[in-house]
Design a protein around this ligand. Structure first.
Ligand code: NAD
Ligand code: MG
Length: 396
């Protein structure tokens, strides 16, 4: 019998983290939880520790660490509680770890995800912001370390499944003409444009097909999520931005497609449930049960497609521009978006102002070459500062 794989779940208390743990719990012979990390909802993290008995847990502050450490000790667990970014990087790169689920949201996930890549782990990438920010550096680190990078984003996981099995990660797959990235269009696909001025965070987070964290839900409503995914696809599959076409597909049953030069178009279909890509990546190249119900095509009945409207979704246009520019531009776009989304969730700005902030920050901060992680982090910090200034001037 082979030993169970040791899995670190970064962002265990989130939507992807919990789905990952649901899959792991179905296969105790195959997977063991090595470390769990959480940033808020620490009572839930404690409950997850009691259930999965990890070697390590990671929390943001030492006060929270002490509280969790004593609670787990009282319960008879030997779990060691670590703190902050150093703790995250330690459990992402620990020699005994086989696989790391990178499911922290936003730029905060970059250091531990990169640490996992540099340590040559099997990296299950949900944290698209990390790759968008550091693109070339990230992919160089994958090649240098021999890390196995598997996409969790449902679209990229679908594309991965539709590519030849033996293609080398980060190199352009042979015979591919286009990547067709599907998008549901989110909750505001048909909302009259003038009403977008008045939509609330609750409406933005009520996604028609997927249940997700709040940040990615707002990104889906603005279609910045698809913009980030376009950039993500370019890095993962060595595609040019012009080769990636966004297709609105409201049913979210086709998760993306690959168009080959001979006219073949391959698609991956399934119910919209992240446990499918998570199971695929965890077990790859094998297949395991994910708990997802089989697809009922008769219930789905029809599949619709339409072209995206960039007037309705200016974030998509901005992301495409940024993908063409390269350098630090994607990091700037990502940082401005993170600040803008948070401000929208806090009701400091109206929904259409998310795109305005990003566009203004992109104009204020010209892209430079990415020479090191420092240049990425510098661009990220300065974009955040510009976005905060914008909020001071124009926010509520
Ligand atoms: P979420 O908000 O539900 O969970 C985020 C997790 O990150 C939580 O565990 C939280 O505690 C942790 N976290 C937040 N801020 C942190 C910080 N500063 N430092 C350390 N940890 C922090 O988000 P989610 O929906 O699970 O998404 C996670 C990532 O996966 C995102 O990058 C998202 O784009 C991507 N993703 C999610 C889905 C989905 O269906 N939810 C699909 C595709 C991709
Ligand atoms: Mg996606």
């Amino acid at each position: 019998m082979t030993m169970p794989q040791q899995v670190t779940v970064l962002g265990a208390t989130g939507s992807i983290g919990l789905s990952t743990l649901d899959v792991i719990a179905r296969h105790p012979q195959r997977y063991q939880v090595f470390a769990l990390t959480g940033f808020s909802r620490l009572a839930e993290l404690e409950a997850l520790c009691l259930r999965f008995k990890p070697r390590y847990a990671v929390v943001p502050q030492s006060s929270a660490a002490q509280a969790l450490q004593s609670a787990l000790q009282v319960a008879g667990l030997a779990t060691r509680v670590l703190v902050g970014e150093a703790g995250l990087c330690e459990v992402a790169s620990h020699p005994e770890v086989d696989a790391v689920m990178a499911a922290i949201v936003g730029a905060a996930g970059l250091p531990p995800t990169l640490a996992a890549v540099e340590a040559g782990k099997k990296v299950l990438l949900a944290n698209k912001e990390a790759l968008v920010m550091s693109g070339a550096l990230f992919m160089q680190a994958v090649r240098r370390s021999g890390a196995v990078l598997l996409p969790i984003d449902s679209e990229h996981n679908a594309i991965f499944q539709c590519l030849p099995g033996d293609y080398a990660r980060g190199l352009a797959p042979v015979g591919v003409r286009r990547i067709l990235l599907t998008a549901s269009g989110g909750p505001f696909r048909q909302t009259p444009l003038e009403e977008l001025q008045r939509v609330t965070p609750e409406q933005a987070c009520a996604h028609p097909n997927w249940s997700m964290g709040r940040k990615i839900s707002v990104d889906s409503a603005s279609m910045m999520n698809k913009g980030l995914e376009l950039i993500e696809a370019c890095w993962l599959f060595a595609a040019k931005p012009a080769q990636v076409e966004v297709v609105i597909h409201p049913q979210s049953v086709i998760h993306s497609l690959v168009d080959y030069v001979d006219g073949s178009v391959l698609a991956q279909l399934g119910n919209p449930d992240m446990r499918t890509p998570i199971s695929h990546a965890l077990a790859w190249p094998e297949r395991i049960d994910s708990g997802v119900a089989p697809l009922d095509l008769f219930a789905v009945a029809r599949l619709d497609f339409q072209a995206p409207d960039e007037q309705r979704f200016p974030c998509l246009r901005l992301a495409r521009q940024v993908a063409e520019i390269g350098g630090t531009a994607p990091a700037v776009l990502n940082a401005a978006n993170e600040i803008a989304v948070q401000a929208f969730l806090e009701r400091r700005i109206r929904f259409p102002q998310i795109a305005s902030i990003i566009e203004d920050v992109l104009n204020l901060e010209p892209a430079v070459e990415v020479e090191s992680l420092d240049s990425v982090l510098l661009a990220d910090a300065s974009a955040r500062a510009y976005a905060e200034q914008w909020l001071q001037r124009n926010g509520r």
